[in-house]
Design a protein around this ligand. Structure first.
Ligand code: PA5
Length: 429
């Protein structure tokens, strides 16, 4: 059954024709047909075998129900949820809630060890009504564990050791890692991260879903979005599977046209955290073996007054990856403000959303005229289903790109060395 899709991908401005020079050749898709079929088959086989479950997270009721149960019981007494996690254990949930807004509990993602930020947050919260979600797949991440230790002490000091059971929820591997046995021994509420789903692919596991549910987001709609993306990723034809098309384009610009920098620019402030989520996904998955792309993010139209000069006239190293929102959840008609001078009122009569989207289209046109490749993803609107679909499509796109780069998308060996040195330095005092 073919499902109507939300997110659309437009790559016209990546090709010769729209670009006088610097574009991909018209024969690009024919030339890439076999390598794309191979990349798709490789990811698809691993998804179907269960090795890569990130494209099948809509299938199993268990984690969705478990999240619902835990969030229901937290929402009975807690006003705030603090997510103690970092990287893939934090960015996805934050992206969802920033984009979709919280109608339930307030959810906080400190995502760092900054003592000023963390101390201020704890001081401003009513701890009596605050739950803490410790999120770590490995159970051994320094930043998360330090936050966890600080919170445990605060809770124990204020409410006694027995309070831990009420205030803490642990999201971790079902079997492995240091947190699992500790949580079991102390009788803490736990949620399992399905084996095979790494941090940056875990937003639609309890890692991102518990914060989302506590914030009041629509889990059913998120799940539908995951399913829709999975359905589109069944196809190995780039015109039907935009994740595959986009991976091919970004990879070709980097590997064959010396354009490694992928600048993701949603024209919606609420998608700023989504851009940050993608930067981590793309960077940690693909930057290895002395190659890989360089993701950066910006927000339109804000960064037209910051980065656009670089995109237009800086080094020929970039592909601009726009994200457009077709219909905003609210809009504002711009009047004249009582002014009559056309030099001041020429934008009057439009809505703010229309002006913002026109700025996107104008920037695209300016970039294309300057032979600067750019592509566009369009969301009909920002809602749970569309956002989930886009996020899973971009996860799949990352997996396909990993095949094209010939790297292991799912490991991160480069982050280990610094951790080992830090541990030694802390032990040495
Ligand atoms: O994407 C990843 O795998 C990483 O960013 C991890 O999420 C991050 O390092 C936190 O790891 P953990 O969940 O094991 O604490």
């Amino acid at each position: 059954m073919s499902m109507p899709s939300g997110a659309r991908f437009c790559s016209t401005n990546a090709f010769t024709g729209a670009l006088v020079s610097n574009g991909l050749a018209p024969g690009f898709w024919v030339q890439k047909q076999s390598i794309l079929a191979h990349s798709h088959a490789s990811v698809h086989a691993r998804v179907m075998s269960g090795e890569l479950p990130f494209l099948r997270l809509h299938e199993d009721d268990t984690p969705w129900n478990a999240v619902r149960n835990v969030s229901d019981s937290l929402r009975e007494w807690a006003h705030d949820l603090v997510v103690l996690g970092i990287g893939g254990s934090s960015l996805g949930g934050r992206a969802l809630i920033s984009a979709l807004g919280a109608t339930g509990m307030r959810v906080h993602f400190p995502d760092n060890l900054d003592p000023e930020q963390f101390g201020d947050l704890l001081d401003t919260l009513d701890l009596q009504r605050t739950a803490f979600n410790v999120v770590s797949k490995s159970g051994g991440t320094l930043e998360t564990m330090v936050q966890f230790l600080v919170v445990r002490d605060r809770l124990r000091d204020q409410f006694g050791p027995s309070s831990l059971k009420k205030h803490l929820v642990v999201t971790t591997d079902p079997e492995h890692g240091l947190l699992r046995p500790l949580a079991d021994e102390e009788g803490l509420t736990t949620l399992a991260i399905p084996p095979g789903v790494g941090g940056r692919f875990s937003v639609f596991t309890p890692v991102g879903l518990l914060p989302a549910a506590c914030a009041g987001l629509d889990l059913d709609a998120l799940r539908t979005g995951v399913a829709k993306a999975a359905e589109r990723c069944q196809s190995n034809e780039p015109e039907k599977n935009p994740a595959l098309a986009a991976a091919a384009i970004y990879h070709a610009f980097d590997a064959e046209h010396a354009r490694p920098v992928l600048v993701t620019v949603p024209y919606a402030t609420s998608l700023k955290s989504f851009g940050e989520w993608f930067v981590q996904l793309w960077a940690e998955s693909l930057g290895k073996d002395n190659r890989g792309p360089i993701p950066i993010t910006a927000v339109g139209a804000t960064d037209q007054h910051s980065q656009l000069q670089l995109w237009m006239q800086g080094p020929h190293a970039m592909v601009i990856n726009f994200v457009e929102v077709e219909a905003f959840r609210r809009d504002i008609k711009v009047g004249t403000g009582g002014l009559t001078d056309e030099k001041l009122t020429w934008a009057s009569g439009n809505t703010m959303g229309h002006i913002l989207n026109t700025e996107l289209r104008a920037t695209e046109q300016a970039l294309s005229d300057a032979c600067r490749p750019n592509v566009r993803w369009t969301l009909p609107s920002i809602n749970a289903e569309n956002l989930a679909e886009l996020m899973v499509l971009w996860e799949a796109m990352t997996a396909y790109a990993g095949e094209l780069y010939g790297v292991n998308t799912f490991d991160q060996p480069g982050v280990e060395a610094g951790k080992v040195i830090c541990k030694r330095l802390l032990r040495e005092g």
